[in-house]
Design a protein around this ligand. Structure first.
Ligand SMILES: Nc1nc2c(c(=O)[nH]1)N[C@H]1C(S)=C(S)[C@@H](COP(=O)(O)O)O[C@H]1N2
Ligand SMILES: [Mo]
Length: 228
């Protein structure tokens, strides 16, 4: 017969439940289980990550510069460990298959904007077009405002990572990173560069702008993984 700390008789089944809870708490502590509130999102994580509050507006965050890039001056460079390096013009970029998707946007400064309607090109379609070499493990992104950020290849290739040029049926505004910005909905929003200009595929990791300044390199909202 098993006894708990108060010497109350407990059944084997209760003991099992206790063990299970202890293991779950431990995994939570180690950051292994998703946290948050609300119904599951489409990836099975709670809709609202821990420590986030939902906003109806869309705040603007930048480094004090909002580069205005005309479409005829815009280009997207793909460099690094690829068979087929490329500099896409606007027209070439728009020739990729266009994807409509709805996803949530979680900023590390604790606001979340839910159910954004995006239109853009899948990151993975561009990567596959350029034919990554097998040693690629990381992605380093450079933007027109000298911002940079970095992601593991595995995160960047997820189905919902897009290079978007429309939000709610309208061209993405300059303040939100138009003509084209990246979004990686399963990570905090700083991993998505506004005014994206270059994607470099690498075999090694390099910290981007905020990652060098104390933001987490992994940036997982459901693990409350904000700072390093
Ligand atoms: N080029 C560039 N991209 C950027 C930033 C930036 O300053 N410059 N800020 C990042 C941060 S910290 C956040 S929270 C989001 C904000 O996007 P928003 O201004 O459209 O809300 O963009 C990210 N991408
Ligand atoms: Mo941010």
């Amino acid at each position: 017969m098993l006894h708990d700390s108060n010497s109350k008789t407990i059944t084997g089944r209760e003991k099992l439940a206790q063990y299970r809870k202890a293991i779950q708490d431990k995994q939570k502590w180690e950051g292994q289980l998703p946290q948050g509130e609300g119904p599951p999102n489409r990836d099975g994580n709670p809709k609202i990550p821990p420590g986030q509050r939902v906003v109806e507006n869309w705040p603007v965050l930048d480094l004090g510069v909002q580069p205005k890039i005309e479409l005829e001056d815009w280009s997207l460079t793909i460099s690094g460990l690829v068979k087929n390096p490329k500099m896409f013009s606007w027209k070439e970029f728009m020739a990729f298959s266009q994807v409509d998707d709805v996803s949530d946007f979680h900023c590390v400064t604790t606001w979340s904007r839910l159910d954004n309607n995006w239109r853009g090109v899948r990151f993975s379609d561009i990567a596959n077009y350029c034919e990554l070499l097998p040693e690629v493990k990381y992605v380093y992104i450079k933007a027109y405002d000298a911002y940079s950020t970095n992601l593991p290849l595995e995160e960047a290739m997820k189905y919902d990572v897009l290079l978007v040029h429309q939000w709610e049926g309208q061209p993405l505004t300059t303040e939100h990173g138009g003509p084209v910005r990246m979004i990686a909905p399963q990570l905090y929003a700083w991993k998505g560069a506004k005014w994206i200009g270059e994607i470099e595929f690498r075999d090694h990791d390099e910290l981007g702008f905020w990652e060098q300044r104390g933001y987490s390199n992994t940036a997982e909202p459901w693990l409350n993984d904000r700072y390093s």
